[in-house]
Design a protein around this ligand. Structure first.
Ligand code: MLT
Length: 208
């Protein structure tokens, strides 16, 4: 168990071949936050839900930031590698299919999921990013092998401007991802409409 270096919640899928949802909470959350959504999003999927290791005034996050929307890029790179290695170690430990891991991230969790896509794309099969920003811009840009990505952001989000969302979609597309961009008439909070839209997208982008 030593290699599983994150506090986490795990529940197996309906079968060893089931996809596994990598649930990534927002700032101040924990590994239980998104678990109730998992069965709504993809019935039968397994769940791997780590708790972010960085504490900001007692609130758990997945990487450090210098200010709202200004990220500590060195820490982000280290934390992204650490999370990718955790997912790989967890697949070995729990014996789930490592080629069928789907990230579902909210806010800070969506941002580290975006960073995984850009720095360690082999770890993710698909990704759902709720209220995501551009985490970093790698140079050179990686080649993401046609990974389907849903970006679901709010039109009136005070934290993520519309232009930032469009920059993220453009960046992921330039790297090769198949991006579906969905706007919600919402702010930064997750809504039931987000869950319904993500569920439909997960069902339609499923591979046999
Ligand atoms: C947050 O509050 O978590 C930010 O909006 C996103 C981030 O810092 O990654």
């Amino acid at each position: 168990m030593a290699a599983l270096s994150f506090v986490h919640h795990y529940q197996p899928g309906a079968s060893p071949a089931s996809p596994t949802l990598l649930l990534l909470h927002g700032t101040g959350g924990n590994e239980q936050d998104l678990v109730p959504l998992a069965q709504d999003l993809l019935p039968g999927a397994g769940v791997l839900s780590p708790r972010g290791k960085v504490l900001e005034q007692g609130m758990a996050r997945f990487f450090r930031r210098l200010a709202e929307g200004v990220f500590d890029l060195e820490d982000l790179r280290l934390r992204t590698a650490e999370l990718a290695d955790f997912v790989t170690a967890a697949a070995d430990h729990y014996r789930f299919d490592r080629t069928r891991v789907i990230a579902v991230g909210f806010s800070n969790g969506a941002n580290i999921a975006g960073s995984l896509l850009l720095l360690r794309p082999e770890v993710l099969h698909r990704a759902v990013l709720f209220r995501a920003m551009v985490p970093l811009v790698p140079d050179p840009l990686p080649s993401i092998p046609r990974t389907p990505v849903l970006v679901a952001n709010g039109r009136v989000d005070p934290i993520v401007p519309v232009a930032e969302t469009e920059r993220l979609a453009a960046l992921l597309r330039a790297a090769g991802a198949e991006v579906t961009l969905v706007w919600q008439p919402a702010g930064h909070q997750l809504t039931q409409a987000d869950v319904v839209r993500a569920r439909d997208w997960l069902a339609s982008s499923a591979t046999p």
